[in-house]
Design a protein around this ligand. Structure first.
Ligand code: SF4
Length: 337
């Protein structure tokens, strides 16, 4: 099956030629722990258009999942959103009441968490779990509408409607992950966040799951944020990539430009660390370890590992700025065009 390209989707949907469907402005999340204040997200800014796919990458603990939870307003105590806004389709969801936010989840923005397929209840039929999800977030649907939407969502992810009558143990891993995507699109969200949707799946099934996300996006015209470590997967499926480090965005660039010429030293190190068939047997790791968020170094948090760090890097936090058209970088030594 030939999947529509983003350009095709955009050109055929005039609704896409508007303002970004997702705007994240200066988002800040802090965890108030016994050991001290941990700034898990430190002023994140990004925008995403309808029909766009963005990959969010970074080492473990860099803030990727915190970012997803913050956008869903699902940060639990002792953490909290300390500042900033998340605007989805023109609505600032950080300002919504708890009730309105419950309705916004799944209908405006939906989240397919890491390991979602393992959280499907093993003793409930798929249809019952989908119905529960719908009723938890939208009270106004009749039984007929719920059934219709469940069937529609299952077909969208290339599953038969009869899957609704099955139990999770009757499904393969790939089918379970597609059920999770079907649950995520039940209320036709404008933004879908998929946290490592292909982890623990074989490569063939990974591809099917990614194609399912592509199909769903073409049908709904939504934006997708794909969280993960797999740069190869990102290279194939996303339009742009955001690189996170210690709760800050280091670079946000179109995917082809990021891979061809990463601008930020950390993004360069990440791309250089990828295996390359032309350089068999040669691996370039990133020296040192990411610092603990409780003891972040002053200035640029990457400076202890950065090969070109200068004295100013140890004192001044670099601003996250558009250095080239469409390319945002937080580094003192990447010149603006
Ligand atoms: Fe390296 Fe300085 Fe740029 Fe940070 S600001 S990435 S330490 S050169």
């Amino acid at each position: 099956m030939k999947l529509p390209t983003r350009a095709h989707v955009v050109l055929n949907n005039p609704q896409f030629l508007m303002t970004p469907v997702l705007q994240v402005n200066n988002l800040q999340v802090t965890y108030y722990t016994e050991g001290g204040r941990v700034r898990a997200l430190d002023g994140v800014n990004l925008e995403l258009d309808s029909g766009e796919k963005m990959g969010l990458v970074g080492e473990s603990g860099s803030g990727k999942s915190t970012m997803a939870l913050a956008m869903m307003r699902m940060i639990k105590s002792p953490g909290r959103i300390d500042g900033g806004r998340v605007v989805v389709d023109g609505v600032d969801i950080t300002a919504l009441s708890e009730n309105d936010m419950r309705e916004a989840r799944l209908s405006r923005i939906s989240y397919i968490p890491q390991g979602a397929m393992n959280s499907i209840n093993p003793v409930l039929r798929i249809g019952a779990q989908m119905k529960d999800a719908m009723q938890a977030h939208a009270k106004h649907f009749s039984s007929t509408e719920i059934q219709h939407r469940i069937d529609e969502a299952l077909v969208s992810v290339d599953l038969r409607p009869t899957v609704a009558r099955m139990y999770p143990h009757e499904l393969s891993g790939g089918m379970k992950q597609r059920v999770c995507i079907a649950i995520g699109i039940l209320l036709k969200p404008k933004v879908i966040i998929a946290d490592e949707p292909t982890s623990a799946l074989d490569v063939v099934t990974q591809r099917q799951v990614m194609q399912t996300l592509d199909t769903v996006q073409a049908q709904l015209g939504c934006a997708i944020i794909l969280i993960g470590h797999d740069m190869g997967l990102m290279a194939q499926f996303v339009d742009k990539v955001a690189v996170m480090y210690t709760g800050r965005l280091m670079e946000l660039s179109p995917v082809s430009e990021m891979f061809a010429k990463p601008l930020h030293p950390y993004a360069q190190a990440l791309i250089n660390s990828l295996p390359d068939l032309k350089k068999r047997g040669v691996f370039h790791g990133i020296p040192g370890l990411a610092p603990a968020l409780l003891r972040l170094p002053p200035g640029c948090s990457f400076h202890p590992r950065c090969p070109i760090a200068q004295d100013s890097c140890k004192q001044i936090v670099p601003a996250f700025e558009e250095k080239l058209p469409g390319r945002f970088v937080a580094c003192h030594f990447v010149e603006k065009a």
